[in-house]
Design a binder for this molecule. Structure first.
Ligand code: AMP
Length: 301
């Protein structure tokens, strides 16, 4: 099945308690695309400015990613984000966000991409997410992400987007904020009542919860000893999950549970280095080995 992602592609500066990386590749759609590409071909739709480095573009255009939908807009500047992690890196502070080209006219979806079966609407303004979704009415699986900014400032638009998608991937604090429910399972069920068929609540180092009408599954995070930069973990999780679903071509509960494991393992690699460096270097052998190891770890009889 064909898989499309739309979201931000940008230039990040990341500061952690042990180091920093300046002007590196970032953005929700960049992480998603590089993660999902480990499982299936990916169509990327995003807009950057004329300052976007050629090396980043080349990386995003490496097979099986098709970046025909990555527009480089002349006269515009690329989205930039600076973030800082505190303590054990479970807490993050956005020091600076320059929306730049992301605040302008959205990118066009290339006509050849409009038949995509699986669509991920990565984090951006909910009205823009809904607009993209409406352009692909026949998509069989549409999943979105969101963030505290939109939950606080655009709740009405967000509720409309949630009613128009099949799945949602959000983190636990966002689920609580959105539903007003502090229990993660109740929050998951409350999100289901807003329209989607499934919701994945990510709990960072504490794992993830999948809630559907067919059942609830909770899994731990992969036990990582080496956390260098958690940026992009959420988008890589979604990329691993949806890449697997697109490759399988099925979205039943059993397949969603297996996809949860792929998402978790893919994210566990992303956090081992700054930016997308670890995803870039990740081999199929390493990925499949860790998936087997994690699956075995969970199979307690
Ligand atoms: P994650 O750690 O998975 O939540 O995603 C991190 C990525 O989100 C970074 O690479 C940032 O460039 C990007 N990002 C930060 N703020 C925003 C925002 N307001 N809208 C969209 N993407 C953002």
């Amino acid at each position: 099945m064909s898989l499309l992602v739309t979201g931000t592609v940008g230039i990040d500066t990341v500061i952690t308690p042990t180091g920093r990386a300046d002007d590196v590749l970032g953005g929700s759609a960049a992480y998603f695309a590089l993660a999902a590409a480990k499982f299936a071909p990916v169509r990327l739709v995003a807009v950057v400015g004329e300052d976007f480095p050629g090396a980043f573009r080349n990386l995003l255009n490496s097979p099986p990613i098709d970046s025909t939908g990555l527009e480089a807009r002349r006269g515009s500047q690329t989205f930039r984000w600076t973030g800082k992690y505190l303590g054990d890196m479970n807490e993050r502070e956005s020091l600076r966000t320059d929306l730049n080209v992301v605040a302008e006219t959205p990118p066009a979806i290339p006509p050849a991409f409009l038949d995509s079966n699986v669509v991920f609407l990565a984090n951006t303004h909910p009205t823009l997410q809904r607009n993209m979704r409406q352009q692909m009415p026949a998509a069989e699986l549409v999943v979105c992400d969101t963030m505290d900014l939109w939950i606080n400032s655009e709740q009405e638009a967000l509720l409309q987007t949630l009613a128009a998608v099949h799945g949602v991937v959000i983190n636990d604090s966002e689920a609580v904020q959105l539903t007003g429910t502090t229990n993660v399972i109740s929050a998951g069920r409350a999100v289901l009542a807003m329209g989607p068929r499934f919701v994945v609540v990510k709990k960072g180092a504490h794992g993830a919860l999948l809630a559907t009408a067919d059942g609830v599954t909770a899994i731990p995070a992969y036990p990582s000893e080496r956390v260098v930069d958690p940026t992009g973990a959420g988008d890589s999780f979604a990329g691993g999950m949806l890449g697997y679903l697109a490759a399988e071509g099925r979205f039943d509960y059993a397949t969603l549970r297996r996809a949860l494991i792929r998402g978790t393992v893919t994210a566990s690699f992303t956090i081992e280095d700054f930016s997308v460096k670890r995803l870039e270097a990740l081999s199929q052998t390493e990925l499949q080995q860790r998936i087997s190891e994690f699956t075995e770890m969970l199979a307690i009889k």
